[in-house]
Write a protein that binds this ligand. Structure first.
Ligand code: CAA
Length: 390
């Protein structure tokens, strides 16, 4: 008999600073209704100069390690599309900051926003091979578009850490999965750029096509029917995208779509993404955190997951909520991670947006802005220097 495998613990972290959309709208003359209702975003997390995907990833994972110890963790998979190095995995820095044992394999994965789901599915495969081991999955990203571009309002940053193992305390991940790949240029970031290139309308169309494709594969492989799901966690580049995607799926399946049904299926999943912004690989798991943290009781219910990564790859899969899951949630810490952020002025936000280390490899210290447990202190001799403040 195969053990159930899935998410045993889930914790997220975001940045020190936050920019409300009211401030952005006041500066660029946009009607705030476009941000609040049109794209469904209220604020976005902004990394301070001494924060990056490593500090966020370690901050998200530290409470998981504190609760469960390092025993059994033999693999760390870090998923990101905001990589800080073309060779060394950001996961190695996270492994070091967390003090994980040397008998660990560490790797970084990339396929746009889909990478976190690839990490989760690969982790399940590893646990199936050796059910005694646990895999630490970290999805950490900073969404960055050019200033004054349509994408600017959909920036954000966060990291999610998930401990994947047998007999999970939160969510069992089910078979089958429905998968879909199409070679499209909807969103990409060449190595010489630190902001993404995007064709906004093309990207929405590519996402909807991927919803259809992954759902088709899911049903052909004997998956659940739509009515069996208590809620749906979608990748949320902006929260209205989840509405668009769900309406599209319901229409595609021949349902008469009313707003009430969409609200019932999605409403609880958008609360964190709405104030954090796009966190790429972490986004769909922030939706899960928001759902579990706020829902009355989902014991025994099925949740649908739609993970989309531009370029494009998508996966539809189901999770079953485990009895007793509420005792293992981190609702208070999650709310604190959001509430502790300090508002950043518009001028400083633009300054931080342009911040990057020069390629001269000299000694560049970063201003101490974050009060989080880890910070990026400097770049010295082309090496990133991290500090643990614990
Ligand atoms: N009050 C209320 N609503 C308003 C409004 C107002 N005053 N003004 C406009 N709106 C509505 C519009 O009607 C529109 O709604 P619909 O989509 O339902 O028609 C919505 O606000 C957005 O308006 P526009 O389409 O005119 O906005 P835009 O062209 O400036 O940009 C965007 C929107 C394309 C999403 C842009 O923000 C963008 O390029 N974002 C980055 C790319 C992205 O997130 N793509 C999503 C799919 S790709 C993906 O998922 C991977 C990933 O993470 C990037």
């Amino acid at each position: 008999h195969d053990p159930a495998i899935g998410i045993h613990d889930l914790s997220f972290a975001t940045t020190e600073l936050v920019l409300p959309h009211t401030v952005l709208a006041a500066h660029n003359g946009t009607d705030i209704g476009k941000y609040h209702r049109g794209i469904g975003q209220r604020s976005m997390s902004v990394p301070a100069a001494d924060e990056d995907i490593v500090t966020m990833g370690a901050t998200a994972a530290a409470p998981v390690v504190a609760r469960h110890g390092t025993d059994g963790i033999r693999t760390v998979i870090l998923a990101t599309e905001s990589s800080v190095d073309q060779a060394k995995s950001a996961g190695v820095y996270v492994h070091s900051l967390l003090g994980l044992p040397s008998a660990t394999r560490v790797v970084e994965l990339k396929q746009a926003c889909y990478g976190g789901t690839a990490a989760l599915q690969f982790a399940i495969g590893l646990v199936r091979r050796d059910p005694a081991q646990r895999v630490l999955v970290v999805a950490s990203d900073i969404s960055k578009y050019e200033l004054d571009s349509p994408g600017e309002a959909t920036q954000g940053a966060a990291a999610v850490a998930m401990l994947v193992g047998a007999d999970p305390a939160l969510v069992r991940i089910e078979e089958p999965s429905g998968v879909f790949t199409a070679d499209v240029m909807d969103f990409w970031r060449p190595n010489y750029r630190d902001t993404a290139l995007v064709d906004g309308q093309e990207s929405i169309g590519a996402y909807l096509l991927a919803v259809e494709g992954s759902w088709k594969d899911y049903t052909e492989r004997g998956g659940r029917t739509l009515d069996e799901f208590a809620a749906f966690c979608y990748h949320q580049p902006f929260t209205r995208m989840a509405h668009k995607a769900h309406r599209h799926l319901l229409n595609h399946c021949g349902y008469d779509v009313d707003e009430d049904r969409i609200t019932r299926d999605l409403a609880l999943t958008t609360a964190y993404n709405n104030v954090i912004g796009n966190s790429y690989t972490a986004s769909v798991y922030l939706a899960l955190a928001a759902l579990l943290d706020q829902a009355d009781d989902l014991t025994g219910r099925a949740i649908g997951f739609l993970s989309y990564g531009s370029g494009s790859v998508a996966e539809f899969f189901a999770g079953g909520v485990v009895p007793g899951y509420r005792e293992h949630l981190r609702t208070k810490a999650h709310r604190e991670a959001i509430d502790r952020r300090r508002p950043v002025g518009h001028a400083r936000y633009r300054e931080l947006h342009g911040h990057s280390f020069p390629a001269d490899g000299g000694d560049h210290r970063t201003p101490a802005e974050t009060t989080g447990p880890y910070r990026l202190a400097a770049l010295r001799g082309h090496q990133r220097v991290y500090e643990s403040l614990q």
